[in-house]
Design a protein around this ligand. Structure first.
Ligand code: ZN
Ligand code: ZN
Length: 312
């Protein structure tokens, strides 16, 4: 499908209040000019980036959007809570929109196609705009049947606010020597750098998958969309950079299909499965892995079954 034959959907302009709020988030860490920043604050910043990126990809994405593994009801709530500490709205909101993205990838109905709506819109515009604010509970009915998840989805700011308070208290204790120091620059500097700066970087790490991962990199599989693979993005996003692999076979809990395709989320998910917290991680069948497109995969599957019959 060429760009000239596609008629984009009418997308309304961003809500100015939301745009300002989003821009303001970027300015908050600058207040560290007045509080200063300690080694501890920077460590918290790095830790919270990596820690929360894992829950975004292993939680929002590979669990809620794609059901690529199973878990218990209580741990499912933990996953949603942890993912939501990233301040990227509710788990059900996130996953419902992502399912929509896969269903309509790089067509006019795709919420964030860079090919059709451009970089800025696919990166941020669709989020600060009025068109995708609601959660379509029908799309995510398999999880919307749990009232605790619906509650968390509606009160999506509870986890990030909780984390911000914990981080500020830790700053008070570590930087200032006492929890009461959380109300001074000892606590605020950890809040600004540890929490806010990592949250902003996390936004752009995640959003880059929606925007530039459908533009830059290589395509191993013919997926009829613009999804790409990039080792650099895979490192920054703990495995999400294998986006062409993922669009080709979205149900797998790993996105690096080969051993050399670094996928840190997959390693952590395996560790969680060894601990018994999650199970039934879906892998990548051989005929998918070594195929070029779905037709080729079908042929390979038949050949492999034939081979098996002969040897069996
Ligand atoms: Zn995509
Ligand atoms: Zn996906």
């Amino acid at each position: 499908m060429s760009a000239t034959t596609v008629t984009p959907e009418v997308r309304r302009k961003p809500i100015i209040k939301q745009e300002i709020a989003f821009a303001f988030m970027h300015l908050i860490p600058i207040a560290a000019i007045w509080t200063g920043a300690t080694f501890f604050d920077w460590m918290v910043c790095i830790f919270l980036y990596v820690f929360r990126m894992f829950w975004i990809t292993g939680g929002y994405h590979r669990y809620f959007a794609h059901k690529s593994y199973k878990t218990s009801r209580w741990f499912q709530f933990v996953i949603a809570f942890m993912a939501q500490t990233s301040a990227q709205k509710g788990a059900l909101w996130w996953a419902a929109h992502h399912r929509h993205h896969h269903r309509h990838s790089d067509t006019p109905a795709d919420p964030h196609s860079m090919k059709i709506y451009g970089f800025w819109y696919s990166h941020i515009g669709w989020i600060v705009g009025p068109d995708f604010k609601e959660t379509d509970y029908k799309v995510i009915g398999d999880y919307a049947k749990y009232p605790e998840l619906v509650w968390l989805n509606k009160h999506y700011l509870v986890p990030p606010v909780f984390l911000a308070v914990v981080v500020t208290a830790l700053g008070g204790i570590v930087n200032g020597g006492s929890i009461t120091m959380m109300f001074t620059s000892a606590g605020f500097s950890t809040l600004l750098i540890g929490f806010f700066l990592s949250t902003v970087i996390l936004y752009h790490g995640t959003f880059s998958i929606n925007s530039i991962m459908h533009k830059f990199g290589r395509q191993r599989y013919n997926t009829h969309d613009e999804s790409r693979n990039s080792v650099w993005l895979a490192l920054i996003t703990l495995g999400e950079g294998w986006h062409n692999n993922h669009h080709y076979y979205e149900t797998a809990s790993r996105q690096g299909f080969f051993w050399w395709e670094i996928d840190i989320t997959w390693y952590i998910l395996r560790a969680l499965s060894w601990m018994g917290l999650i199970w039934d991680l879906k892998g990548v069948p051989k005929h998918i892995k070594y195929s070029k497109d779905k037709e080729h995969a079908r042929q390979l599957k038949l050949e492999m079954e034939d081979e098996l019959q002969k040897t069996g």
